[in-house]
Design a protein around this ligand. Structure first.
Ligand SMILES: [Zn+2]
Length: 235
């Protein structure tokens, strides 16, 4: 009798949690519609990405029916954010922010740098397609940053690495020997690059500047930690 009572009590206590989890999952699995995108503020967009990374880092990513989302977004996409990230295989933006089909635009290039094509892609993501936030996502132990620190010369990589000159220029003697084995120095360059890249967008694009000034768009810089899965947001 006691066992039965305990069992019933536990079950009754567990049900609200189970129902809440199912409800949260159905909300996360709902695709972004034009109306939902329109009612999302830039702050909502950043908060949504933060919550997604917290789920990912806690091992609680939501499991949605992706093929259902494929069908629901086939006619139109209304992503709420755009992420500029590195090509690094350990930092896939949709996974680390726990996002799915139709949620976010992703531009990926070694070291998350910008050029005319990337800025054009971000203009499309925001001005044309309505995304409310741009996140420049750097990460620790980045091969591109390490190569820039070591001043590697190799094929087209040489030209790519020139994009890190402004971040490298933030280094001082206090940062120690300029070598890719100097982890704090590499991290400093990576963070500076993410910050400078984010800050450069309004200079490089009158369209993005106008959206930010109209408070229709927010730009943020963040760093992903490949050892923990956690994203930290740079001020
Ligand atoms: Zn990288």
């Amino acid at each position: 009798m006691i066992t039965r009572r305990l069992f019933c009590g536990c079950l009754a206590a567990a049900l609200p949690f189970a129902a809440t989890a199912v409800h949260a999952q159905s909300l996360e699995c709902a695709v972004f519609t034009p109306d939902r995108q329109k009612s999302t503020t830039p702050d909502d967009a950043i908060a949504r990405l933060k919550a997604g990374n917290e789920r990912f880092a806690a091992g609680k990513s939501v499991n949605c029916d992706l093929m259902a989302q494929v069908k629901q977004t086939a006619g139109r996409q209304s992503p709420y954010a755009a992420i500029l990230g590195c090509i690094d295989s350990r930092v896939p933006p949709e996974l680390v922010f726990d996002q799915r089909i139709g949620d976010v635009f992703c531009a990926r290039v070694a070291g998350a740098i910008v050029n005319t094509d990337i800025v054009g892609s971000l203009e499309y993501s925001t001005k044309v397609a309505g995304a409310k936030a741009i996140v420049v996502l750097g990460h620790n132990f980045c091969g591109a940053i390490k190569s820039a620190v070591d001043d590697v010369k190799l094929g087209n990589i040489t030209a790519l690495l020139k994009n890190f000159q402004p971040a490298l220029a933030t280094l001082t003697k206090a940062d120690g020997h300029r070598d890719s084995h100097n982890d704090p120095l590499v991290q400093k360059v990576a963070e500076a690059s993410a910050r400078l890249t984010a800050a450069s967008l309004t200079r490089r694009s009158a369209i993005i500047k106008q959206l930010v000034e109209a408070r229709q768009l927010k730009i943020a810089a963040a760093m992903h930690d490949i050892t923990t899965g956690k994203v930290s947001w740079l001020a």
